[in-house]
Design a protein around this ligand. Structure first.
Ligand SMILES: [Zn+2]
Ligand SMILES: [Zn+2]
Length: 345
């Protein structure tokens, strides 16, 4: 089968690789349909690592995918060939302390699609996954929407970790796919006001218009902290950091009201970030780190299917599998107003 493979820093080739086969009777062979290009895929492409997770070449990334069931193992009970599915890229063990505590996202034996040292990714024509990682989708959803359910599920989970909706005003710093997914999840839950920032004008416009943010501003063109606090003099109940930047962490601390919550969903390129302890201590700011998502794929699919969430505006570009190198360069350069580039395998 055809696969897009990382072969070096900022190098990707289309290669012929063996088609995977079912090895366990609860597995499913999937004909990959759509694959969303994630910021983390691009991190691996451009820098060869995220923190200590280092790529050994050749390696295949990709984890936001949907597809059609091609073949099922003998013990598969629900899925059958021809079913269209969204894929949860995380495979947890179900037996460790974390899984038993309902925290499968921090499973001690987790393998994640397209994560170095764990599993090859889905930028190819076929993958094998356990049945439990596959979620059937109706015809109304379509394979692009099914693939974007993965980042949306992170938005749903991130907002759920804040845990409050009633009369809350929130900030979202970074309007990429994760920031926009948090925005959609927050609006679906009926949050009072949403304030979104980014450095790219197209993303600010998307957050304000299609995303329905109460307010959106460009960090490089205006004092966003003053702009938001002018509208929310008491400060925000929660700030969702969705860009992995120290300056966003600093802005979040300025924006939060006493007792507020900072949720960190962004992946910083730097090894450590800093907090001004005086500010977070006196105002008793809570800090919550987000690790992907836990049990939110079905909720995300339901929101897309019948919860009134329109995710189509996030899908800005389409590519064939052969064009995966171009798609990665586009996303790496934040060019042409790209939010989510979708690769069709
Ligand atoms: Zn992703
Ligand atoms: Zn586990």
């Amino acid at each position: 089968m055809k696969a897009a493979v990382l072969t070096g820093l900022r190098q990707m080739e289309i290669r012929d690789v063996p088609t995977p086969e079912l090895k366990h009777d609860k597995e499913v062979l999937i004909r990959v349909g759509s694959v969303g290009v994630c910021g983390s895929d691009v991190h691996y492409h451009v820098s060869g690592h995220i923190g200590k997770m280092r790529v050994e070449y050749p390696f295949r990334v990709g984890h936001e995918c949907s597809g059609t069931v091609e073949k099922v193992g003998g013990a598969v009970t629900i899925l059958k060939p021809g079913d269209r599915i969204a894929v949860d890229p995380a495979i947890s063990c179900g037996e460790c302390d974390q899984c038993k505590a309902g925290r499968s996202n921090t499973c001690r034996a987790l393998t994640f699609l397209g994560c170095p040292g764990e599993s090859e990714g889905c930028l190819c024509e076929y993958i094998v996954m356990p049945e439990g990682s596959c979620f059937p989708v109706g015809n109304s959803i379509g394979l692009d929407r099914a693939a974007i359910a993965e980042p949306l599920s992170i938005g749903v989970y991130t907002f759920r970790r804040f845990g409050r909706t009633q009369d809350a005003a929130i900030g979202i710093l970074g309007a990429g796919p994760i920031g926009l997914s948090v925005l959609l999840a927050a609006r679906a839950d009926g949050v009072r006001s949403t304030y979104v920032t980014d450095k790219i004008d197209e993303r600010v416009d998307i957050a304000r218009n299609a995303g329905g943010a109460s307010w959106a501003g460009n960090v490089d063109k205006e004092d966003v902290v003053a702009g938001i606090l002018g509208r929310e003099p008491l400060g925000l109940d929660a700030v969702f950091e969705c860009c992995g930047k120290q300056e966003a962490i600093d802005q979040a601390v300025e924006l939060l009201k006493p007792g507020g919550t900072l949720l960190i969903a962004g992946i910083p390129e730097i090894a450590s970030i800093q907090f001004e302890i005086e500010k977070i201590r006196r105002r008793e700011i809570s800090i919550i780190n987000i690790r992907r998502q836990c049990d939110c794929v079905e909720t995300a699919l339901d929101l897309i299917d019948c919860g009134g969430i329109n995710v189509d505006f996030m899908i800005t570009h389409h590519f064939a599998l052969d064009e995966a190198p171009e798609a990665f360069e586009l996303v790496a350069g934040y060019r042409d107003g790209v939010v989510k580039a979708m690769i069709h395998a």
